[in-house]
Design a protein around this ligand. Structure first.
Ligand code: XMP
Length: 519
């Protein structure tokens, strides 16, 4: 796939919610990392790995059927870093004991750290004797194998860091990949050094490699590319046009009636400006809203939207089947990994995940140039391709759109109310130059009515919530500390301008325990 990046660190996934973050943090440091299934995964063809990370996971090492360390990992002679469950696997394998914890430890903890007598001391440059770390575990180490040293303990005396006495093998009970571990990145960098891995991963330089992939995959064919106006599909369609020329790329945008205010016009204009000549816009608002009528349960809404999208897209592709050989998608690495569910065929499942399942008899092959990249890496490629900041820097927008932001029943009227309120918030963020300070911002329309007073009249209208978060990847998120004055200005503008809303609240929930969207 990537002709240049055939080397990196291999991350074995045992099911932790943070596995993707491990790969992402290494890549931020300039070290390419690939994820494979912890128990059944195979090293990708032609991939040279310099070190192996064993991720965390929900299993207990003593469970029947618990996933183990594959023998080839132990035979490899490469440096190994076990994180949480990964560390417990190491302890068990080398003859120590792991005990079932009586309670789950979740959150910040302090670790007293001392690696003076370890041959791996060099890995820990920059760490202080007391480090703040992020714990998320149930089990812990009861006794260490003889061949390991204890080099870190929490204030409750839980074994937090261990190092093999002679081999380049170490374990961390906490999560260095999570932002809350203050020097987590430093630790991962130390491991990369232990692996003697060069810091040579530069996503911006991947343009050439992605273009060759597109040329090789499509040959003399013609791509039907699904576009949404979001970062991934915009960068993907631009890359395809650069690689194949205008005549062999058709961009297809579905207006499902669940988009933000003026989105169709804005996206069409931006894509045209970007030099995308062949753009098809399908107006399918009615089909989507009809399918959603009376539905309030969020998962059901998601399924209906996904299926309707697939049906509409399929109808277009079928009607124009003879023109196209390939279906283009802006699929990202997290989509591939999250859809793969540990060892199932990632490619097959992803097709379904992204477009809700197009039938095999359509005969279109897939072309997904970013299926090994994270969003921020795609942004860098976008900038390299000359795509303006206003497109590359757009906040993420969920596939099901306003369908998961209008809580309760989704109707055109309620979507219109939300569109207006959302536009006030986003326009204000832009005009006050706060848009780029938040990772994602939007308004949610609640299925709750409250009493208010406007002029001399009683009102009985809906509540909306403003959501604004800081994040680097959407996997964890903090509440944006937007100025209070700004929030009150937005609130009064919404109540004044948007008929149907008489009260505005600000969501101050972090992720976890909340999610970013409300649904
Ligand atoms: P949550 O709500 O799970 O969202 O904290 C994390 C990030 O993912 C976005 N999101 C989606 N993006 N298709 C997408 O492309 C989806 O179905 C979807 N659902 C949530 C969400 O907006 C946030 O950025």
């Amino acid at each position: 796939m990537f002709h240049k990046f055939s080397h990196g660190i291999l991350v074995l996934d045992y099911g932790s919610q943070y596995t993707l973050l491990i790969a992402r943090k290494f890549r931020e440091l300039g070290v390419y990392a690939e994820i494979i299934d912890g128990a059944k995964g195979k090293v990708p063809d032609g991939f040279e790995y310099t070190g192996i990370v064993l991720s965390g996971g929900p299993d207990s090492v003593s469970d029947v059927g618990a996933r183990k360390i594959p023998q080839w990992v132990l035979d490899s002679g490469k440096p190994i870093l076990g994180i949480c469950y990964g560390m417990q696997l190491l302890v068990e394998h080398f003859g120590g004991k792991v005990r079932a914890g009586t309670h789950r430890e979740y959150g910040n903890s302090k670790v007293r750290f001392d690696a003076k007598n370890s041959h791996l001391e060099g890995m820990f440059n920059g760490l202080s004797p007391s480090e703040v770390v992020w714990m998320s575990h149930g089990d812990d180490v009861a006794s260490l194998p003889d061949c390991f040293d204890k080099i870190g303990l929490t204030t409750d005396n839980v074994v937090a860091m261990i190092a093999h006495k002679s081999e380049p093998i170490l374990g961390l009970q906490f999560h260095p990949e999570v932002e809350h571990t203050t020097n987590g990145k430093q630790l991962l960098l130390g491991f990369a050094k232990l692996c003697k891995h060069p810091l040579d991963w530069q996503p911006g330089e991947m343009v050439e490699s992605c273009m060759s992939y597109v040329k090789e995959t499509v040959g003399s064919g013609h791509v039907l590319m699904g576009v949404s106006g979001g970062v991934d599909s915009t960068v993907a369609v631009k890359l395809m046009v650069e690689a194949l020329g205008h005549d062999r790329v058709t961009a297809c945008f579905v207006d499902n009636g669940l988009l933000r205010k003026n989105e169709k016009q804005w996206v069409s204009a931006q894509l045209t400006e970007l030099g995308i000549k062949d753009l098809v816009v399908l107006d399918r608002e009615e089909a989507f809203l009809n399918a959603l009528r009376g539905v309030t349960e969020p998962e059901q809404k998601r399924k209906i939207i996904g299926n309707t999208f697939a049906r509409e897209f399929e109808a277009y592709a079928r009607a124009h089947k003879s023109e196209f050989t390939h279906l283009g998608q802006g699929t990202l690495y997290p989509d591939v990994i999250e859809s793969a569910k540990h060892g199932a065929g990632a490619q097959v499942i992803k097709t379904h995940h992204n477009v809700g399942g197009l039938p095999a008899d359509l005969g279109l092959k897939l072309v997904e140039p970013f299926r090994h990249l994270f969003k921020d890496e795609v942004r860098k490629i976008g900038l390299q391709l000359g795509i303006p900041e206003i497109l590359v820097g757009r906040h993420p927008f969920p596939g099901p759109g306003l369908g998961v932001r209008v809580l309760g029943e989704v109707t055109k009227e309620r979507c219109d109310i939300l569109r207006e309120a959302d536009a006030v918030f986003i326009d204000r963020l832009r005009s006050e130059k706060l848009y780029d300070d938040v990772w994602q911002a939007f308004v949610v329309l609640l299925p709750v009515k409250t009493v208010g007073v406007m002029g001399d009249n009683r009102t009985y209208q809906s509540v909306c919530a403003l959501r604004a978060v800081c994040s680097s990847d959407g996997m964890t998120a903090d509440v944006s500390r937007l100025p209070f004055e700004f929030l009150t200005t937005v609130a009064s503008e919404i109540v004044r301008k948007v008929h149907g809303i008489n009260r505005v609240v600000y969501d101050i929930t972090t992720k976890p325990p909340g999610t970013i969207e409300w649904e």
